[in-house]
Design a protein around this ligand. Structure first.
Ligand SMILES: [Fe+2]
Length: 170
């Protein structure tokens, strides 16, 4: 339903707006993707918290490479789905949120670049080079915080636009 002022259509208010079947399907899909990112985040955190002993950390390095690859692939997939469906739907239905969408989409590029740099560092890291390994882990923790904040803002945007809760936490 559109609001009208002096006979001119204005932006649709999320309160009055009713989602169609396509939108409901996109929102259900988005909710599943976010839950999967949360699981990948949790798995990566478990590996990061692994305390190693001795001069070599080859087992943790191997586990971290795997957990980080899963996390990155899930994130990149979720970002692509958001760009194709979720954020596109927000723009189509509620163009008044364009600047918030634009900010989030720009952050996708920043995060994707950070993931690429970390992947390269992990790949090159020798299982005896503790300094490089620690730096890579710090970079992973930093990008994880950035991603959590990003997804929180995105959840809030979707909640504002579609008046729905995706269960993304506080
Ligand atoms: Fe996003």
């Amino acid at each position: 339903m559109e609001n009208r002022i002096n006979g001119h259509a204005t932006f649709k208010s999320p309160v009055d707006w009713e989602p169609g079947e396509d939108t409901r399907a996109i929102l259900r899909h988005t909710k599943v993707e976010y839950a999967t990112v949360d699981l990948a985040d949790e798995a990566l955190q478990v590996v990061l918290d692994w305390k190693t002993e001795g001069d070599t950390f080859s087992r943790k390095l191997s586990g971290l490479r795997h957990a980080f690859r899963v996390y990155s692939e899930q994130l990149v997939r979720t970002f692509a789905i958001e760009e194709h469906d979720g954020m596109a739907e927000v723009l189509e239905e509620h163009p008044q949120y364009a600047s918030r969408v634009e900010g989030l989409l720009q952050e996708h590029d920043v995060i994707r670049d950070a993931l690429d740099v970390i992947a390269m560092r992990l790949e090159r890291c020798l299982p005896t080079d503790m300094a490089t390994f620690e730096d890579a882990q710090d970079d992973i923790r930093t990008v994880m915080v950035q991603v959590r904040r990003h997804m929180h803002r995105e959840c809030n945007l979707i909640m504002d636009a579609f008046n729905t809760d995706l269960g993304c936490g506080d």
